[in-house]
Design a protein around this ligand. Structure first.
Ligand code: ADP
Ligand code: ZN
Ligand code: ZN
Length: 746
């Protein structure tokens, strides 16, 4: 197969279509768009019995099939290809995550473009009469009355009319083209956007803060590398002024006419965060969040791709925003789990940010108070520049964790007497208290006191959570709901009792114990309405004494200046979990929660209730902080040959039939091991083993884990495995997916 020499029109187009199949499809080229056929053009093509929107990946002279056997392209949807940087990122992502290219492109496009809507051209077309158009004899267009009307309309606009204005009057593009062909109308094209950034004196809406010594040193280091790939870890405690450093770095980038892309965790894209950016800068900012309509999203995408927007800020998927003049990529709270997509295309936006910054040769800034062990390791071995902010920008040092032993003490709503005393004292002093409990609902489950029966989901290996508002049993894994039973389904006893505490129960207990102050519960159930969270937070920021009870929704991002006591109801969930990252993640969460205490004028306290007060990891975290624990965890990972010292990939298999998944898993493992043995690839293959929650939503989950000290080797092995699965008929009856660099083994 030969690529087409650039002069000739290609006869075959290789197209990526949205399908789980890991291959491209050839189509016969039809009439070329104005700029000729090129990779990156969207096309509508017949696929099976439907038509789908695909993207041209290559233009060829011939394909594997004779030309006559190929179906023709139905329609070309673009005049110019999709942005090159975006195409590169999609190719990279598909290759790195071993995901079908067609589906990757599809996922990375705004919905309207997936559906085939036109993309606003990168030039603005202005239609106006030519000299002969102005002089034309009415007779000449007698047989084309609409064209005559169009000509008359354009005659009233001597400076020309843009395409949308013409179309809005009921004329068509074909009528315009016909008049152009007759030499009566001309089209003048002007670039849609100014290619340069805003003038430096119009950049800021408010002056930047004078930086403290550490912030200034960090910014100076960042300024050294504005024209190259320059990866930095901004490692600074909560409230140390990382955001101020981002803002001033962005200012420098935008002043040079470039764009900034800022990724924030799902929970971090609050109106407060946006307001901070919008107050600081007068340049156009687009925010990509879940509340946008499809049209707004497309608009934002085009604003970024054309360079109209100087700053793009968004959650995970914003990494797929094209940029006309990339200048910096910033990932805030880089350790946050929401940057990893956990289904379908399982990409990690932070890791793609690294690849993208490298490709664009621009600085990359990863910020966190509790960096992921991956990033911390790279900073410590010098791959990333390690910038430290050790002090809070405001007055108080971050609070230390105080461990509170739960053993043998009576609990009310999960809280023991010394904790309740501390809460009372804080409220009496006129301050606010945040009670963190990472379980929504009333109680983790319902139990029968007579026979020990526990409410369990019929579809998952999981307990049902008891909810009171409204009363029901719900599975948090498959969302199935059941009414509350009147009696135990096993023994008939009516003595059914809630076991343990969730947010609703703690809220109820606190409301009864402290009737003089409001109790606000913040979790997924209480904030279903879009503005509910912001309403509560606005109320809380007024500063009256109150109690906040919430899940990790409360732990991140929000500035709660009047909270001086933080209570962690139970720190134990992550301590003994089987997942090798559980400890890292719970330490990050605990530090984040603790960071909510004492951010304004009063110092804070953090009480951490635990049944394992002598646990070595917990003591290290409480005594010396996250960095010390991270050092210890990195040593343990090194000893156990786990990431970041080894690279992992997971093959997940699921099926309603246990045997189907397990047979395929066995065969895949055997074939892979045979293949590996022939090549001495230094990749090992573990399993198949049942997933930690084997049955979920009525399906059996199994996994095969691949590991290697060399990323390229792991890559070869997973690519081979994917090809094997594609070619194996039994694999069609089992749902399978690859997870490269899995964040969790669950
Ligand atoms: P982080 O992002 O590290 O949590 P922020 O940038 O949000 O920290 O800063 C915490 C608080 O300190 C904010 O209220 C911010 O306005 C303030 N702040 C940051 N830098 C400075 C500074 N150089 N001088 C005074 N206040 C600052
Ligand atoms: Zn019973
Ligand atoms: Zn379930």
């Amino acid at each position: 197969m030969r690529d087409t020499p650039s002069s000739a029109a290609p006869r075959v187009l290789r197209v990526a279509v949205p399908t789980p199949l890991r291959r491209l499809f050839d189509y016969r080229a039809t009439a070329a768009p104005p700029g000729g056929w090129q990779p990156g053009l969207r096309v509508r093509v017949p696929f099976g019995r439907r038509q789908v929107v695909g993207v041209v990946v290559a233009c060829r002279d011939d394909g594997e099939l004779p030309l006559g056997k190929l179906k023709p392209v139905a329609e070309c949807l673009d005049e110019t290809p999709l942005p090159a940087d975006w195409l590169w990122l999609c190719h990279f992502t598909a290759r790195y995550y071993q995901h079908p290219l067609g589906d990757t492109l599809h996922q990375a496009l705004p919905v309207l473009l997936r559906q085939g809507r036109p993309l606003a051209g990168r030039v603005r077309e202005q239609w106006q009469l030519t000299a002969s158009g102005r002089a034309v004899d009415a007779e000449r267009l007698k047989r084309a009355p609409r064209q005559a009307e169009l000509l008359a309309m354009l005659a009233q606009h001597p400076h020309g009319l843009a395409t949308p204005a013409v179309l809005a009057q009921g004329f068509t593009r074909d009528q315009l083209k016909a008049l152009v062909a007759k030499g009566l109308v001309a089209c003048r094209e002007t670039p849609r956007t100014a290619a340069t950034g805003p003038a430096a004196d119009r950049l800021l809406g408010e002056p930047a803060l004078p930086l403290n010594r550490e912030q200034a040193a960090a910014l100076a280091a960042l300024h050294e590398g504005l024209d190259a790939f320059h990866p930095c870890l901004l490692h600074g405690v909560t409230g140390s002024g990382k955001t101020e450093v981002y803002l001033q770095l962005i200012e420098a980038v935008v002043a040079r006419g470039r764009q900034a892309l800022v990724l924030v965790p799902e929970i971090g894209l609050t109106p407060q965060t946006l307001a901070r950016f919008r107050h600081r800068f007068r340049v156009p900012i687009v925010a990509l969040h879940s509340g946008l309509t499809d049209h707004e999203r497309l608009d934002a995408w085009e604003a970024a791709a054309s360079g109209r927007a100087s700053i793009v800020i968004g959650t995970r998927s914003a990494i797929f925003t094209p940029l006309a003049r990339p200048g910096v990529i910033i990932v805030d709270e880089e350790h946050d789990g929401s940057f990893k997509q956990q289904e379908g295309l399982r990409y990690h936006a932070r890791d793609l940010a690294v690849a993208r910054a490298h490709r664009h040769a621009v600085p990359l800034l990863l910020g966190s108070a509790t960096p992921s062990l991956e990033s911390l390791h790279r900073a410590r071995c010098g791959d990333y520049r390690h910038l430290r902010l050790t002090r809070r920008a405001t007055r108080h040092a971050p609070a230390r964790l105080e461990l509170v032993d739960l053993r043998g003490r009576p609990r009310q709503g999960g809280l023991i007497p010394p904790t309740l005393t501390a809460i009372r004292e804080t409220l009496t002093a006129g301050h606010q208290v945040l009670v963190f409990i990472n379980r929504r609902g009333f109680a983790p489950t319902l139990a029968c006191h007579a026979c020990g029966w526990l409410a369990e989901c019929d579809h998952c290996d999981a307990r049902l959570t008891l909810h009171r508002q409204p009363p029901l049993l719900a599975c948090h894994h498959c969302d199935r709901r059941r009414p509350l039973p009147d009696a135990c389904p096993a023994c008939g006893s009516a003595d059914l009792r809630p076991l343990g505490s969730g947010t609703e129960r703690t809220e109820e207990t606190l409301a009864a114990l402290f009737p003089e102050v409001p109790v606000h519960r913040i979790d997924r159930d209480s904030t279903r309405r879009r503005d509910a969270l912001e309403r509560v937070l606005a109320e809380v920021r007024r500063g009256e004494p109150c109690l906040l009870v919430g899940t990790q929704m409360l732990a991140k991002g929000h500035h709660l200046p009047h909270v001086t006591l933080v209570v962690v109801v139970n720190a134990d969930a992550g301590l003994y979990a089987s997942d090798f990252r559980a400890l890292e993640h719970s330490a990050q969460l605990l530090e984040q929660v603790a960071g909510r205490a004492g951010r304004a004028s009063h110092p804070g306290r953090v009480l951490v209730q635990t049944l394992h007060g002598d646990d070595a990891h917990l003591r290290l975290l409480a005594g010396e902080g996250y960095d010390a624990l991270a050092t210890q965890l990195l040593e343990e990972r090194r000893a156990a040959a786990l990431p970041p010292f080894r690279f992992l990939a997971l093959l997940r298999l699921e099926s309603p039939r246990e045997a189907a998944a397990s047979e395929l898993g066995q065969r895949a493992a055997e074939s892979l091991r045979t293949w590996l043995a022939e090549r001495t690839l230094a990749v090992d293959c573990l399993g198949p083993v049942p997933a930690p929650m084997e049955r979920r939503q009525g399906r059996y989950h199994l996994q095969l884990m691949l590991g290697s000290a060399k990323r390229s080797r792991l890559h070869e092995a997973t690519a081979w495995l994917a090809a094997w699965l594609e070619a194996t008929p039994e694999a069609r009856r089992v749902r399978w997916s690859l997870d490269i660099d899995p964040q969790t083994l669950a």
